[in-house]
Design a protein around this ligand. Structure first.
Ligand SMILES: NC(=O)C1=CN([C@@H]2O[C@H](COP(=O)(O)OP(=O)(O)OC[C@H]3O[C@@H](n4cnc5c(N)ncnc54)[C@H](O)[C@@H]3O)[C@@H](O)[C@H]2O)C=CC1
Ligand SMILES: O=C([O-])CC(=O)C(=O)O
Length: 357
């Protein structure tokens, strides 16, 4: 009886320590609770970190990842507000153990042992801005976070969301090269939202269920670099030239549509969290060994003469297992490809130069 009481009081003390962690001890307390009195997800499944987890994308993304049965451990890192987000999400009775990490001094702990690192850290656009206008702030943030990845989980798969993706992916690659850890199969720029939008808008025009439509979107993730291949829509369909021009324009400007509707309160967060959760799930299913997991992503590539390009990739146990060529393009798409490459080459160079300078 005395022994039972003692064990019960120890359990309660551990829970109380978890609920009121002094900020400076957050990491230790969370590690303690994670290993002793939290849900039992830790033994199988993957360890995933979200960097920028308290943000507009980070919070709903963290929630969706907590709901993913493939995730056994979920680390939430940000420079603000992770104690609240972590406490909130940790009450969901799903399998993943959730731990919060606050501030740069806890970055290493957030990253150590991770299989997948998803990065939505950085500032979003306001009306009138291009994604490239975010470069000056977000380039430095991505560099610091990727230095952490190179040091603490050099074999992790990285899903990079922070804009401008056309430059931040080359920045990440250069950081990893400098650290001697670059594996092109492990670095993926997240362009899934372009595919999600394309599927939705094409389904609207064709009167189909958006879940049944699949539109490859290639190139990059900004304006004319977003190139939907409407000649390759599945299920096969025929679109008029007016429909193609309307859809291409709407898909390329989907982000701006949301930025303007939010009128200064940021850019897409909820649809982006949905897209990022879908993409992360595909990466994890690939790591698990599932067959035929294919997504579009902005990756180091030889599909064109550019060093990075977005196209369909097959995901597997090693990350990117195969990069598919673009397939037959319509004349309209070939012209779009030339425009996309012209802008992409500069954005890629800008990212590389930021680290090499
Ligand atoms: N790839 C894509 O398709 C999309 C990309 N984005 C981009 O995602 C980024 C984030 O967007 P939101 O979540 O809406 O912004 P937000 O401002 O709501 O959240 C960003 C979070 O990053 C955190 N942060 C800032 N510096 C950090 C650092 N050094 N380490 C860790 N965390 C840090 C902030 O504290 C904040 O919680 C933006 O750059 C945005 O342009 C947005 C939508 C789609
Ligand atoms: O438009 C933005 O700034 C955010 C983004 O990348 C998107 O929604 O596609």
């Amino acid at each position: 009886m005395m022994q039972q009481n003692y064990e019960a009081s120890q359990r309660i003390a551990r829970i109380a320590a978890h609920l009121n962690p002094p900020t400076s001890q957050m990491e230790e307390v969370n590690l303690l609770t994670g290993s002793t009195c939290r849900s039992k997800g830790g033994s199988s499944g993957f360890k995933v970190a979200v960097l920028g987890a308290a943000g507009g994308i980070g919070q709903p993304l963290a929630m969706l990842l907590k709901m993913n049965p493939l995730v056994s451990v979920l680390h939430l890192y940000d420079v603000v507000n992770t104690p609240g987000v972590t406490a909130d999400i940790s009450h969901m009775n799903t399998g993943a153990v959730v731990r919060g990490f606050l501030g740069q001094q806890q970055l290493d702990s957030a990253l150590t042992g991770m299989d997948l690192v998803v990065i939505p850290a950085g500032v979003p656009r306001k009306p009138g801005m291009t994604r490239d206008d975010l470069f000056n702030i977000n380039a430095g943030i991505v560099r610091t976070l990727c230095e952490g990845v190179a040091k603490c989980c050099p074999h992790a798969i990285v899903n990079l969301i922070s804009n401008p993706v056309n430059s931040t992916v080359p920045i990440a690659a250069e950081v990893f090269k400098k650290a001697g850890t670059f594996d092109p199969k492990h670095l993926l720029g997240v362009t899934t939202l372009d595919v999600v939008r394309a599927n939705t808008f094409v389904a609207e025009v064709l009167g189909l269920d958006p879940r049944e439509v699949n539109v490859p979107v290639v190139g990059g993730h900004a304006g004319v670099t977003i190139l939907p291949l409407l000649s390759q829509v599945k299920p096969p369909c025929s679109l008029t030239s007016e429909e193609i021009s309307y859809l291409t324009d709407r898909i390329q400007n989907g982000g701006t549509e949301v930025v303007e509707a939010k009128a200064g309160a940021g850019s897409a967060t909820l649809s982006m969290a949905f897209a990022a959760a879908k993409f992360a799930d595909s990466c994890l299913r690939g790591l698990r060994g599932d067959a035929d997991v294919v997504e579009c992503s902005f990756v180091a590539s030889q599909v064109t003469e550019l060093p990075f390009f977005s196209s369909k990739v097959r995901l597997g146990r090693n990350g990117i297992e195969e990069i598919y060529s673009l397939g037959p393009l319509s004349e309209y798409e070939r012209a779009g490809l030339e425009k996309a490459k012209k802008e992409l080459v500069e954005s890629i160079q800008k990212g590389i130069a930021f680290i090499k300078k």
